[in-house]
Design a protein around this ligand. Sequence first.
Ligand code: MOS
Length: 734
Amino acid sequence: MATYIGTPTSRVDGRAKVTGTAKYAGEVNVPGLVYGAVVESTIAKGRIIRIDASPARRVAGVLDVLTHENPPAMAKKASAYKDDVAPEQGSPFRPLFDARIMFSGQPIALVLAEEWEVARFAATLVQVEYERENFITDFSAQRDQAFAVEKPEKPRGDAEKAYAAAGVRHQADYFIPIEHHNPMELYASTAIWEANGKLTVYDKTQGVQNVHQYLCHVFNLKADDVRVVSAFMGGGFGSGLRPQFQVALAVLGARALQRPVRLVLTRQQMYALCYRPATIERLALGATADGTLDAMVHEAIGVTSQYEDFSRNDTGWSGLLYKCANARYAHRLARVDLPTPADMRAPGAATGVYGLECAMDELAVALKLDPVELRLRCYSERDQHQDLPYSSKKLRECYRQGAEAFGWARRSPEPRSMRDGSDLVGWGMATGVWEALQMQAAARIVLTANGHAEVACAFTDIGTGTYTIMAQMAADRLGLPLDNVTVKLGDSSLPQAPVEGGSWTAASVSHAIAKAADEIRKELWRLAKDVPNSPLAGARLRDIALVDGNIANQADSGRVVSIADAMRHGGLERIERETTNKFKEANSHAHNTHSAVFAEVKVDEELGVIRVTRAVSAVAAGRILNTKTARSQILGGVVWGIGMALHEETMIDHRFGRVMNPNIAEYHVPVNADVPGIEVIFVEEPDDIVNPLGIKGVGEIGIVGVAAAIANAVYHATGKRVRDLPITLDKLQR
Ligand code: MOS
């Protein structure tokens, strides 16, 4: 029989996506659709003293303009706007709540019109007078005001003393600017009030049940009266974890007009919604001359808004990743007049590990040690924060297989010692680490007597391949061909799931499906035993497997009853089972994914142009469910890492407090010409401790370490250490 898990299975939703039959949140067509357009604040801080929408209202086709002055029936209390992913501290943004302006680009009016073009045009006519207040968007100006947040990991020993006593020391600040997610699909919502008073919202979100709960609270609606759908997404990367303001505005507009409303933000408007916070990562590493790490201090300062405290674990990775007796961590936040930052692919790790892995490279240089060798000398066999063994950790194999594939042994250690014509060649490497998380989720399987199964869960597929692995898992567990499995997801009315994030979806949904399939197997076993003259009459449940449409006794392969026969005799057209998978906290072990990233850069010596010419990412992430989609995840992560290292930077004009490059022409991301051949290696990592199926998740590990590997390669090529990302050619000349 076919086994789909572990194979390079093509996306089951691929055809629908490339042929356009997959409908995205901003593409849902219904009769009577109204189009919304958002008017944004042009100042960064202050109050609206007058807002005049009458010129907009006079435009033919404009139906209404909503502002804080015709106060919409939305919750007043900030607590109603909290969502599953909201920072614990602070008060969430409330669109059109009052006259106060907290950031440039803040939505201050919603224009509703019969046509999209009319709505956008009319939005330009809304007249606003502001009372301006002083603001600060410059992170560096706010550094000194930074305040400590969250509890960082427990310190070990006395890091300061050990650092002072260390034979070889390195200390530096590494900087990562604000970056934006820039998913291809624009943020969009279509809100439809049905004739029966119920609300259906097609929303671009990573968490349909999160948005569902949010809308119920904000609009005081009953859970049963609201349905949120996000069937397809053109990229999320964390930008869709929290409800975005356009979903509240679309629902608001639809309720005001009693007509369906579509609201799609412009690319420019998306820059005023969420972003990866700029951070300074200060690393101090001390070692003995033989390369034993003895002291480590990792302090991060990140930006947050004036109204919420957003932070992630930037510093804890350091003491986790390397053996070091003395370690201390600190995390502080500096407030700026920008919207609240958000999770963005491998939040905390992409930034914190960038600092750590560049610092390790600099320490290796100071020690005159090969960077891989230094990491092997500091290899941690246990999670030192909790003093626990890992459920599995094949990082050593990542180093070995990655180095071999890359040809690392041929590296000449001196900077500027490798050349290719007029190019300086640099080889760098870094380690990546992420968490192997799993969350409670439920799945429902409906098996029909014709041999079809429908598997359903509220998780979304943000493009990572969730549809496909759900189908693979159900097909394998039910012994059906992949084509006989239909997947339903991204709908709040489906069985419970948290937001799609944290790389936890694959493990969480797979175990829910496996459990539901087990219950179906049990029911089929019961039915099969009752078939007249059943060859399975005496079979035990644990010997029963579902194979090729049959209920089979594994102990005696000749003994089978077809699923169709068993169901017909039992008088059942369908068997439906829904199960929740509750994971036990694996307190006995630490669970992480790891990677070793190797990168080659070529730097034109005269022009300073930097190109990444080769990259190898060797990943240990437990069982790989689909080697094709998983590889795509790692490729995407490496491309992101290239962008982080060399291209991406949100620039703010601090005189206006406004993003200057809110478009993909001026916010640089790697294009095809910037992306070289990338080799992805999945290192075998069996693990029956992390969870029964050994799944760890791959959505985020792919980016972690990549920017550091490239930065280290640039140093190796040029002898010049640029610690502020992105590494642009002007910084090489300084
Ligand atoms: Mo991911 S940043 O958890 O979508």
